[in-house]
Design a protein around this ligand. Structure first.
Ligand code: SAM
Length: 333
């Protein structure tokens, strides 16, 4: 059993991201329960290389057990073979979620004492093993495997890139879009802009294919990819509505993209809905797999995509600001 603690700003999409990665790891792996931002997962260490790709998560680890009460937690802790999970020193660390329904103030101290009685040494400043107790509707006890620090994501924010335009998605969201596309080897972003989606994909080890109508974007995206150490990429200046011409004889396993929303220059002088429809048709022609795409809420993407032949599988709402709300879609050819 495993656990994932997801971020609170886009929880449904975050859960979808975990589901996608688990599905890629094994058809048997799945989310079995959600308690606020805590996901209990059926899976084992074969999921780690996939979960390491997560964008919208704080951490993941091994889940040892759950309990309905503190009494049950301590009794299960007494019967746990801690030597299987603790290497070196340890610390118990508590996460009190907004829905916490137990009096957990003492849990670190009490559980810590119980475990140290078994001969394990506590180290509060730099433990080798971090035991995590999550308090939600239930109590959950796990061992952290990986924590996703904010700093590397912050260092990839749009305004930290050598080529900056205020059009880019936050890196964690861009990463989730890549994961929702279930890409294993490669990905295409036909509206790549400054390359935010491709940077995340490249850092996951995927070959990054990108297209943008504007020459300055193609040059800028290249600078950004190089800056973050992404080497395996193919960028082209061209039209996202003519992908077959740009990539003759090529079929992509995954597409993730964030088409322009505004009426500004980024639309290349076209009517927005017309551009979306043509781009969807063009993507359909070169894709054999999943598409992860964002559209403003006003656009009826489901209707248009289904007419083209896509199967619309997932849809996540986000209000960005007073004049922009959007949906992130996952579709399949
Ligand atoms: C919302 S931005 C993408 C932002 C991107 N995710 C990033 O990280 O910067 C949309 C991009 O689509 C480009 N674009 C507009 N019409 C296009 C078309 N027909 N074909 C290809 N690119 C187009 C614009 O130049 C713009 O860079």
């Amino acid at each position: 059993m495993l656990y994932v603690e997801i971020l609170g700003n886009l929880p449904e999409m975050a859960q979808g991201e975990v589901r996608a990665l688990l599905e890629m790891a094994s058809p048997e792996f799945k989310i079995i329960e959600r308690d606020y931002l805590f996901l209990a997962v059926k899976g084992d260490e074969r999921a780690f290389p996939f979960l390491n790709r997560l964008g919208l998560a704080h951490e993941y680890g091994r889940l040892l057990f759950s309990a309905e009460s503190l009494e049950e937690l301590y009794s299960k802790a007494e019967n746990t073979e801690w030597e299987k999970y603790i290497q070196g020193t340890f610390k118990v660390d508590r996460e009190t979620m907004a829905n916490c329904s137990h009096r957990v103030e003492d849990v670190e101290r009490k559980l810590g004492a119980l475990i140290s009685k078994r001969g394990f040494k506590v180290n509060l400043s730099s433990p080798d093993t971090l035991i995590r107790v999550y308090c939600g509707k239930k109590l959950w006890v796990g061992v952290r495997e990986r924590f996703f620090k904010a700093k590397p994501f912050n260092e990839r924010k749009a305004d930290q890139r050598p080529f900056y335009k205020p059009i880019a998605l936050p890196p964690r969201v861009a990463r989730a879009m890549v994961n929702l596309s279930r890409a294993r080897r490669e990905i295409l972003d036909p509206f790549m802009g400054t390359g935010g989606i491709l940077i995340e994909a490249g850092l996951m080890g995927l070959r990054a294919y990108g297209v943008d109508l504007r020459k300055d974007m193609v040059e800028g995206a290249k600078r950004n990819l190089e800056y973050y150490g992404v080497k395996d990429y193919v960028l082209k200046q061209g039209d996202a509505t003519k992908l077959k011409e740009l990539f003759p004889n090529k079929t992509f396993e995954a597409v993730a993209t964030d088409p322009p929303y505004g009426s500004s220059a980024t639309l290349g002088g076209r009517k927005r809905e017309e551009l979306y429809e043509k781009a969807l048709s063009s993507i359909y022609e070169v894709l054999d797999g999943y598409l992860s795409i964002a559209f403003p809420a006003q656009f009826n993407a489901e209707k248009v995509a289904e007419r083209i032949g896509f199967e619309v599988l997932e849809k996540y709402y986000q209000r960005v600001h007073s004049s922009l709300d959007r949906y992130f879609y996952v579709m399949r050819t």
